[in-house]
Design a protein around this ligand. Structure first.
Ligand SMILES: Cc1cc2nc3c(=O)[nH]c(=O)nc-3n(C[C@H](O)[C@H](O)[C@H](O)COP(=O)(O)OP(=O)(O)OC[C@H]3O[C@@H](n4cnc5c(N)ncnc54)[C@H](O)[C@@H]3O)c2cc1C
Ligand code: HEM
Length: 409
C-alpha cells in the first residue's frame, strides 16, 4: 500500500507548537502514568469497550505502554521535521482498529478520557493553553487514523457497524502438543475475502461468565480454496499468571462444526511487488507468517529465491515445519535453516539460538521477521551489521507493538 498520511511539522498550529515543544518532555515522562489512569477511567464509564480491548494487555500494561509511546512519538514527529516517518505506526494502528470494528465516534470517548487523565496526572501544570495544544495533537492523530480507517473499511467492503463474519470450523489439525490449526469456511455463503499473505484476522470469542474477547491470528494458509486457516499456540500462564484466555478456549472448546466470528483480514506485514530474494526469519508461533508467504511465492513467483530460518525450543515444538518444506520444494531456489534450543539427534538442525551469520545473504535481500521482540531485535541488529538496509527489514509483533515508534520504517 502506498503512503497515506502526511505527518509534518506544519500540521500543528504555531501557538500549539510552542506549547507542545515546551511540554513534550514532561508529558513523555508521565505518559505511562497518564495512560494507566486513562484506561480504568474510560473502561469504567464505557464497560461495553471491555469487549474490544484485550484484557490481558491491560493486566500486563502492554497496551497502555503502546498507546503512550505512540502519542508521544506522534507529538515529537509534529514538532521535529527530522523525526522518523510515522506512517508505519499509523498504518499498524489503523489496521488493528479496523480488525476490531473501531468507529470514528469512539475517538471522542477516547479523547475525552485521555485528556482528562492528562489533567489528573499533571494537575495545575495543565493550563487551558496546554490542554488546548494537546487536544490539537490528539485530534490531528485521531483524524489521520479515522481517515485511514475509513479507507481501509471501504477497500475491504466492510461496514464498521458490522465488522465480523461467521466462519465454520471444517477441520482441526493437531500440529504439535501445543499448537492447533483450524480450517475455517465462511458460514454466510459469501466468498472468502481477499487475503494478502502475512495478514491476520481478529477472532472474537464468547468466554464463560459473559466475557467476550478478540485476539489476532495470522492467516497461516491462503491456499485452501474458499477456506482459510489459522494456527494457534496454546499460551500457558507462568509464575502464577493465568493461562491465555482465547488460545486456551480455542484449544479446549472449539472443534469441527463450531462457528467463530472473524474480522476482515488486516495488517501490512505483506509482500510488495518485487522479485528480490526473501529471507523469512521466524521463531515459535511466528512460523504462521512464513507458510502463507512461501505458498504465495510458490503460486506466483516460483523462481524467486527464498530462505527460511526458524528457531524453536525443540523439533517437537516446531509447528508447520513439514508443510513449509513441502511447499518450499515447489520453488526453484529454496533453503531452510532451523535452530533448536534442545536439538536432540536431528541432523538438519543447529543447536541454540538463531545465528544468521551462518546464513549466506543474497544481494538485495528483503527480510520478513516474526517472533518474540528480543528475537526480532537480534535478527534486525545482526542483519544491519551485515549491511542489510533497515528499510529492507519488516517485522510483525504478536502483541501491542512497543517497538514501532522507535524504529524507522
Ligand atoms: C498481528 C498478530 C498476529 C498474531 N498471530 C498469531 C498466530 O498466528 N498464532 C498465535 O498462536 N498467536 C498469534 N498472535 C497472538 C494472539 O493474538 C494472542 O495474543 C495469543 O493467542 C494469546 O492470547 P490468549 O488470549 O490465549 O492469552 P491472553 O489471555 O491474552 O494472555 C497473554 C499473556 O498475558 C498473561 N496475563 C494475563 N493476565 C495476566 C495478569 N493478570 N497478570 C500477569 N500476566 C497476565 C498470560 O499469562 C499470558 O502469558 C498474534 C497477535 C497479533 C497481534
Ligand atoms: C488517536 C487516538 C488513538 C491512538 C493514538 C490509538 C493507539 C493505539 C495503539 C498504539 C494501539 C496498539 C497497536 C498495536 O497493536 O501495535 C491501539 C490498539 C487498540 N486501540 Fe487504539 N488508539 C486510538 C484510538 C482508539 C479508539 C477511539 C478506540 C476505540 C475504543 C481504540 C481501541 C483500540 C483497541 C481495542 C486496541 C487493541 C488493544 C489491544 O489489543 O490490547 N483506539 N491503539
Amino acid at each position: 500500500m502506498t503512503v497515506l498520511t502526511p505527518t509534518s511539522s506544519t500540521l500543528l498550529s504555531a501557538r500549539s507548537r510552542a506549547v507542545v515543544e515546551a511540554t513534550a518532555a514532561v508529558v513523555a515522562e508521565h505518559a505511562e502514568a497518564i495512560t494507566a489512569r486513562f484506561y480504568p477511567r474510560m473502561l469504567g464509564e464505557h464497560p461495553e469497550l471491555l469487549r474490544v480491548f484485550n484484557l490481558a494487555n491491560q493486566a500486563t500494561g502492554e497496551q497502555p505502554r503502546a498507546l503512550a509511546s505512540s502519542v508521544v512519538a506522534y507529538a515529537v514527529a509534529l514538532i521535529d521535521p527530522a523525526a522518523p516517518s510515522f506512517d508505519h505506526v499509523i498504518r499498524r494502528i489503523a489496521y488493528k482498529h479496523i480488525s476490531l470494528g473501531i468507529r470514528p465516534e469512539q475517538y471522542t470517548i477516547v479523547g475525552h478520557h485521555l485528556l482528562a487523565a492528562v489533567g489528573e496526572v499533571l494537575g495545575d501544570a495543565v493550563t487551558p493553553e496546554v490542554a488546548s495544544a494537546w487536544d490539537e495533537v490528539y485530534w490531528l492523530f485521531a483524524t489521520q487514523c479515522i481517515a485511514l480507517e475509513a479507507r481501509l473499511y471501504a477497500e475491504a467492503g466492510v461496514d464498521p457497524a458490522a465488522p465480523l463474519r461467521p466462519y465454520r470450523v471444517v477441520r482441526r489439525i493437531e500440529e504439535t502438543a501445543d499448537v492447533i490449526s483450524l480450517v475455517l469456511e465462511p458460514a454466510d455463503g459469501e466468498p472468502l475475502p481477499e487475503i494478502a499473505p502475512g495478514q491476520y484476522v481478529s477472532v472474537f470469542v464468547d468466554l464463560p461468565k459473559g466475557v467476550r474477547q478478540p485476539r489476532q491470528y495470522t492467516v497461516s494458509s491462503t491456499a485452501l480454496g474458499n477456506r482459510l486457516q489459522i494456527t494457534v499456540r496454546r499460551v500457558r500462564g507462568v509464575n502464577g499468571a493465568p493461562d491465555g484466555m482465547v488460545s486456551t478456549f480455542l484449544h479446549d472448546s472449539v472443534d469441527v462444526g463450531d462457528v467463530l466470528e472473524l474480522s476482515a483480514p488486516a495488517g501490512d506485514f505483506v509482500l510488495e511487488t518485487s522479485d528480490s530474494p526473501l529471507l523469512l526469519a521466524s521463531a515459535g508461533a511466528g512460523i504462521t507468517t512464513v507458510l502463507p508467504i512461501v505458498e504465495h511465492i510458490a503460486r506466483t513467483q516460483p523462481g524467486r529465491p527464498v530462505i527460511v530460518a526458524h528457531a524453536d525450543r525443540t523439533a517437537q515444538d516446531h509447528a508447520l515445519r513439514e508443510t513449509v518444506l513441502h511447499v518450499g520444494r515447489q520453488l526453484d531456489h529454496f533453503t531452510a535453516y532451523v535452530w533448536y534450543e534442545t536439538v536432540g539427534d536431528d541432523p538438519r538442525a543447529r543447536a541454540g539460538y538463531m545465528d544468521l551469520n551462518e546464513v549466506p545473504l543474497p544481494d538485495g535481500v528483503q527480510v520478513f521477521t516474526c517472533g518474540p521482540l528480543p528475537f526480532m531485535r537480534h535478527v534486525r541488529t545482526s542483519l544491519i551489521e551485515r549491511g542489510v538496509p533497515a528499510a529492507a527489514i519488516r517485522y510483525e509483533v504478536f502483541g501491542p507493538d512497543l517497538w514501532a515508534a522507535q524504529v524507522a520504517a
